[in-house]
Design a protein. Structure first.
Length: 115
């Protein structure tokens, strides 16, 4: 069985200003470091605030796994399906991230490579 762990929680914000405010508040309360990226702002390594809404009504939950392709194959064998259009690959061609179809509790869920 593949190894899984919580990688981060993604929160959908309406725009970049709201994303920054939310991320800064997490940083102020908990002492996390702020790290701005192209599409999101991280508060520490566990909270990602999207600069505009993305997949999931509320956001997304990232599940880390050492081998995304193997984890995907395992979950497919158990009947789960994926959004192939969401697949992201490393420069060497290995699958690094992909979203499952649907939502859980208003959150999209994706696998992401770790390690």
């Amino acid at each position: 069985m593949a190894e899984y762990s919580l990688a981060h929680i993604g929160i959908n914000a309406a725009n970049e200003d709201e994303a920054r405010k939310a991320a800064e508040l997490f940083c102020t309360i908990f002492g996390f470091a702020l790290k701005a990226g192209n599409s999101s702002i991280f508060a520490g390594s566990g909270i990602e605030v999207m600069k505009e809404p993305y997949l999931g009504t509320n956001g997304h939950i990232a599940i880390g796994t050492p081998d995304v392709a193997a984890a995907k194959a395992e979950l497919e064998a158990r009947g789960y399906t994926f959004r192939e259009d969401s697949a992201k690959y490393k420069p060497d061609g290995r699958l690094n991230a992909i979203y499952l179809d649907g939502e859980i509790g208003g959150f999209a869920v994706h696998l992401v490579g770790k390690g």
